[in-house]
Design a binder for this molecule. Structure first.
Ligand SMILES: Cc1cc2nc3c(=O)[nH]c(=O)nc-3n(C[C@H](O)[C@H](O)[C@H](O)COP(=O)(O)OP(=O)(O)OC[C@H]3O[C@@H](n4cnc5c(N)ncnc54)[C@H](O)[C@@H]3O)c2cc1C
Length: 490
């Protein structure tokens, strides 16, 4: 098909208005503007058209038209992603799933729920609460982000150390292929036969199909949960304490670390009672039966003292537990108050490398003259360095990008990977040839081709084209790491 055969913007909009209410086919610049980026506002592009269908049949018709005319399609949930995964294509359609916001059923016996992709993560837990159940993965953005976005990014959160990532907490998805054909992947039972396509689709960043329904697993609410907060004089001591807890066989429900910049910003914002003079803070949550919690809390308190904690505080009520978490959960916006801009990175490293990587990052921070605040999932080695910068200072954005890239390279160097939970999107596509060798990238491209030969689903994201890789200096100079770590495996 030549470009002359393609419908123009007005003609395409007319085709969509044939089956979608006119107000949900957006073409004017002012209304398109909020869709130009996701949570990573450093990368923006205005889309050609945004559509907000509300039935699966409408989504099928959108996909069929786009397929027929080779028009790019970018799915969008809440747009909270942090890798520019939902950034539009200038000649493409943004397919918003915002109107797919219904919880279709909850089955307390099977401990599962069928939900549409635009349902907010937290809404699942709220709806399941009357059955004494909840949904495990809890991204800090859970008040806004959607389950469709969670599946596409294989999202994690504080509780994923014990309860797993999205991939471990879903049973099946209904997905539309690029041609608009309906596929059911996984099953309503605990086992599915054949190749594990559900794992392939989870984390596929909207590159393989459009998710139109998700069946999630639900967990019983624990009888009791308590959190221990410990302050340390160095990140080295806090890093060692993380290793100490895990090696004792305790799997906390959450084990989070903050450094001094993050502690102060979060405390000023949330007034959670964090010690402002600490160099590092650990929050360790333990859940289970009252007896289990009692036993583990005693062990954790003792271990923190052994590893040199300067203060240890254990929540004595649900209100106190919520307050201690409030600081951590609002740390990203809190850091936004101490810098005009910040760039949130996401890399995963083996837990044993925590102290080394944090020290190395501090050295780079001095070299680039850019502050870094660290707030992250220490238990699973998933780092979130926030590089503080000012986009109005000429050259500072580029310097920040370079610093961020070096952090990701450091993660790969120590045996980790370039994303723990935020995805590759556009942001980390240049680091893919550092993480994977050419043969491995050929396999990624083959999978993309199998689902989407014309490459119209979320083009330019997630999987670099081989030409792009060959241009990348790293491909010629660096071998693939000995043990490959893929997204979500940490
Ligand atoms: C303050 C803050 C805190 C965060 N904390 C965490 C955290 O703790 N853990 C974590 O994992 N992430 C976190 N994130 C990142 C983000 O919230 C997650 O990646 C989330 O899953 C994105 O969901 P969304 O609905 O906003 O998706 P979007 O940003 O809209 O889209 C994300 C990707 O999913 C694709 N997509 C969306 N819906 C569909 C669908 N139905 N079918 C196919 N593809 C689809 C899009 O094309 C895009 O590639 C945080 C973000 C912010 C802003």
């Amino acid at each position: 098909m030549t470009d002359q055969d393609k419908p123009g913007k007005a003609q395409l909009a007319e085709m969509f208005r044939d089956f979608i209410d006119a107000e949900y086919v957006i073409v004017d610049e002012e209304t398109l503007r909020p869709y130009e980026c996701d949570g990573l506002s450093m990368y923006c592009e205005m889309p050609l058209i945004v559509v907000l269908p509300e039935t699966v049949q409408q989504v099928q018709r959108v996909l069929r038209i786009c397929h027929q005319y080779s028009i790019p399609v970018v799915a969008r949930g809440a747009g909270t992603g942090l890798c520019a995964g939902a950034m539009p294509h200038a000649e493409g359609v943004v397919l918003s799933l915002a109107k797919f916001n219904r919880i279709l059923s909850i089955d307390p016996l099977a401990r599962s729920a069928r939900v549409q992709p635009g349902v907010r993560n937290l809404a699942i837990t709220e709806a399941a609460a009357e059955h004494g159940l909840y949904y495990g993965p809890d991204p800090s953005s859970q008040i806004a982000c959607t389950i469709g976005g969670n599946v596409a990014e294989n999202s994690g959160g504080v509780h994923c150390l014990k309860y797993g990532l999205t991939v471990h907490n879903i049973l099946s998805v209904e997905m539309l292929s690029v041609e608009g054909e309906k596929l059911i992947i996984g099953s309503q039972g605990l086992d599915s036969c054949g190749m594990d396509l559900l794992a392939l689709i989870t984390g596929s960043e909207g590159l393989l199909g459009i998710v139109t329904e998700v069946t999630v697993k639900l967990l019983p609410q624990p009888e009791k949960a308590q959190v221990v907060m410990a302050a340390f004089d160095s990140v080295q001591q806090a890093g060692d304490a993380v290793g100490g807890i895990i090696s004792r066989g305790i799997i906390p429900a959450g084990l989070e670390m903050m450094d001094t910049h993050a502690i102060r910003a979060a405390e000023d914002f949330a007034k959670a009672g964090y010690p402002r003079d600490a160099q590092a803070l650990l929050l360790c949550e333990v859940d289970g039966t009252a007896e289990e919690v009692q036993e583990h809390i005693t062990q954790v308190e003792g271990l923190f003292a052994t590893f040199g904690a300067t203060s240890v505080r254990t929540s004595q009520s649900e209100a106190e537990r919520a307050l201690l978490w409030k600081g951590r959960k609002s740390a990203f916006p809190a850091v936004g108050r101490i810098s005009p801009d910040y760039y949130c990175m996401d890399g995963t490293i083996p837990r044993g490398q925590l102290a080394h990587v944090l020290t190395e990052m501090q050295r780079m921070s001095d070299e680039y003259q850019l502050r870094v605040a660290n707030v992250f999932h220490a238990g699973d080695g998933n780092l979130h360095p926030l590089i503080l910068f000012d986009a109005n200072v000429p050259g500072e954005f580029e310097k920040t990008e370079e610093f961020g890239a070096r952090i990701l390279e450091l993660c790969v160097e120590v045996g980790g990977c370039i994303t723990g939970e935020h995805g590759v999107g556009i942001e980390k596509i240049r680091q893919m040839p550092i993480q994977f060798n050419e043969q491995e990238l050929v396999q990624f491209n083959a999978i993309k081709d199998a689902f989407d030969p014309a490459g119209t689903l979320n083009p330019g994201k997630g999987v670099p084209t081989l030409r792009h890789c060959q241009e990348h200096r790293a491909l010629e100079t660096k071998p693939a790491p000995a043990s490959m770590t893929t997204k979500g495996a940490a």
